[in-house]
Design a binder for this molecule. Structure first.
Ligand code: URA
Length: 196
């Protein structure tokens, strides 16, 4: 475990992550979805795990949910090309898009820890319940606690709805978008290099 956490650089991390066989998801994956974006970003977004499109293309959030996420990001001056990094709790697609099992999350979380250690974000935004329960607090309630910041070891953690939940219930768009505005205000307060 600790050898992953102390990964020297992103290229080494990526090469080793692409070869990972730490859980059974490696048997059914087409691609390991390591992450995308600016490796010097002050803001890191974390989703649950790749879906079908992500598995086929090797990039996080490229399906319908990803398009919606990109729109919300753009509205507050953020983009995966410019000033954020996006990763997932598990890097390989769970079959039929089921939730990643606790043992799969456990096996994979060291990769995310290594990414966090290299990126050193000031803010981590958890997209949906799985990411928020893994990163913020195992009993996190997205419906009640979304949009709030929690500080841990000098890093600010926020949970918000998963884009797929907003696609399923478009009435949630308003409160989801309000979280992005809250995020933008916090970025203005605590980040030095993120121009939003
Ligand atoms: N859902 C996620 O949580 N992550 C992705 O990368 C795509 C869909």
């Amino acid at each position: 475990m600790s050898d992953i956490r102390k990964m020297a650089d992103f290229d080494t991390l990526t090469a080793q992550c692409l070869a990972c066989e730490r859980c059974g998801l490696c048997k059914t994956r087409h691609n390991v979805v390591v992450g995308v974006g600016n490796k010097q970003a002050e803001v890191l977004f974390v989703g649950e795990g790749p879906g079908e499109n992500e598995d086929l293309q090797g990039e996080p959030f490229v399906g319908r949910g990803g398009k919606l996420l990109d729109l919300a990001l753009e509205a507050v001056g953020l983009s995966r090309e410019k000033n954020i990094y996006i990763a997932n709790i598990v890097k390989c697609r769970p079959p039929q898009n089921r939730d990643p099992l606790p043992e799969e999350q456990e096996a994979c979380i060291e990769w995310l820890r290594a990414q966090v250690a290299l990126i050193r974000p000031k803010i981590i935004v958890c997209l949906g319940r799985v990411a928020a329960c893994q990163i913020i607090n195992k009993d996190f309630k997205v419906t009640k606690e979304h949009g709030q910041f929690f500080e841990r070891n000098g890093v600010l953690l926020m949970g918000t709805l998963h884009p797929a939940a907003v696609l399923r219930d478009p009435r949630k768009k308003g409160e989801w978008f309000a979280d992005f505005v809250t995020l933008r205000d916090k970025i203005r307060e605590v980040c030095d290099r993120t121009d939003v």
